[in-house]
Design a protein around this ligand. Sequence first.
Ligand code: ARG
Length: 564
Amino acid sequence: SGPRNVGSLKQQIAKLFEESLRRTVPDELDVDPAIASCQNPKFGDYQCNNAMGLWSKVKGKGAQFKGPQPIGQALMKNLPPSEMIESCTIAGPGFVNVILSKHWMAQSIHNMLVNGIETWSPELPVKRAVVDFSSPNIAKEMHVGHLRSTIIGDTLARMLEYSKVEVLRRNHVGDWGTQFGMLIEYLFEKFPSGEVSSAQAIGDLEAFYKASKQRFDSDPAFKERAQKAVVSLQRLGVHLEEKGESFYNPYIPGVLELLNEKGLIEESEGSRVIFIEGKNIPLIVVKKDGGYNYASTDLAALWYRLNEEKAEWIIYLTDVGQREHFEMVFTAAKRAGWLPADDSKYPKASHVGFGLVLGEDGKRFRTRSTETVKLVDLLDEAKSRCREALIQRGKAEEWTTEELDKTAEAVGYGAVKYADLKNHRTTNYTFNFDQMLSDKGNTAVYLLYAHARICSIIRRSGKDIEELKKIGTVELTHPDERVLGLHLLQFPEIVEEACINLLPNVLCEYLYNLSEDFTRFYTNCQKPRAETLVSTFSNKNLNTMYKHQYICFIDQLKSAEACF
Ligand code: ARG
C-alpha cells in the first residue's frame, strides 16, 4: 500500500488553526483548536469554535479584541495558506466556517483510492489493547446475552485493528468453577464414603486433576455443549483466544499480596475485602471459606494484562449489570497505582456495558418455554428466513444450492450483527427478525444491496479495479457528488470517534448515511449524464469518474466489513 495519509480531515484542519491560534493569541498557548463538522452544510464543511472561549479568557487582559467576533476574524485572517481550504466565513459570535476546496478533495479521494483505505487509518494513543469479550461460562449454553458481547466486542477489536492497534482478543470464559466442580465430583465418585482423608486427597490433586480431566473429556453431553459454543463463534466470523478464569488462578495470591502491601486489603466479617469510597459494599477478594472469587480473578487478570502482556488499554464487554463490579476493580487498581487516576490518560481500563436483548413483547428475550434463547437457534432461524425470501424471489432456479446457502448466511448473520451494532450499546434492543431482515430502512440488507449494486456497475464496465484506478480522475462537480466525496473523506475521523468512545453505532450511522449519499448521487448524477458529459466533462471519461467513486465506496465497505 502507498504512503500513509497525514491525518483525518478534522486533524488537518485543526493543525491549520493551531498555527492561527499561535499567531492570534500568543499568550494562550494551552488552548487547543476546537474543530467540528458543520451541522448545517449551508454554512460550510467544518467550523472552528474557539472565539467564544478565548474571549472569556482574554477580555480582562488589555483591549486587543473588542469581542468574540473580532477574535474569529483574526483567527480567519491568521490561517496559514493551504490548498485544502477554498474559503472561510464568520458566523454568529466568531465561529469560523471552512469550505474545503473541491479540487483538493478530489485529489485526496484519488489518493485514498490509489494508496488504499488502510493508509487513512486514524492514529490512536495506544499500541496494544486487550479486548475481553464473549466470555461465556463453559458449563452453560451460550445465549443471546453473550451474543451482544461477542458482536460488539468483535467489532471494537476490528476497528482498533484497522487503526493499527495490536489487539489481544481474550475469551475470559468462566471455567474456574467447572474445573473445581469436576474435581469434587471425581473425588466423590472415587471415595464415596470419605475413606480417604482430605490431606491425602490434596496431596494427590495433580493426579486427580489429570484423571478427572480425562473423564471430563469423555463426557459426550458436556463436550457437545462446549463445542456448540465454539461453533457459534466461528459462524459469526469471530476469532478470539481462550484465556479463561482458571488461567489467572496461580497469579491471585501474589497479586493480593501486592494489594495488601499497599494497605488496600482489610478484614471484614471473616472475609478479606477492599473498601471502595462511595460504595456501600466492599469488594470481596477472599471469601469467608478462604476461596477466591470473580473479583480476585479479575484483579489478577488486570495485573497480568498490564504487566505481563503490556496492554495500554483493557476493554471489557459485559451487560450493564456488571458495571459496579468493574468500577470497584478499576478503582482498586488506581489506588494500587497500576492505573492513572485520570481517566483521560493511558494505560486505561474501560468497561463497555450494553443493554438487554428484549423480545417483541418488550420483556427479556426468552423462548416460549421461558428458557433463555440459544445463539445457535437464532442464527439458524435468520439464515432459514433469508433462504426462504431468496427462494420466493426465484433464486432457487437461478442459483446453485451452495450459492443460495452462502447468500442466506451472509445476509442472515449480517442482519443479526448489524441490528445489534446500529443501536447505542447501552440501550436495550428488541430482537425482531422482520425488522432486521427488511430491505428498507437502516438494515444490513439495505447496505448489502448498495454494495451489490456498485459491484455490478463495476462488473458491467468489463474492467477490473486495478485498471480503473489507473485511468481517469475524480472530479466533484455536481452537488451530490461533493456530498458523497466529503463523506468518503470523513471515514478516518469516524473510525477514530467510534474507537475512542467505544461506540460501534457511530460507524453504522456513517455507513448508512454513506449508502444514502451514494443512492442520491447515483439517481441524480446518472440521469443528466449525457448533458454533463458534453458541457462540463467534455474531454473526460465521466463513466470512469463515477467508477472511481464506486471503488472508494467498496474499499470502505470492505474495511467496514472488516469491522463487522
Ligand atoms: N463469564 C462472565 C459472564 O458470563 C463474563 C466475563 C467478563 N470478563 C471478565 N473479565 N470479568 O457473565
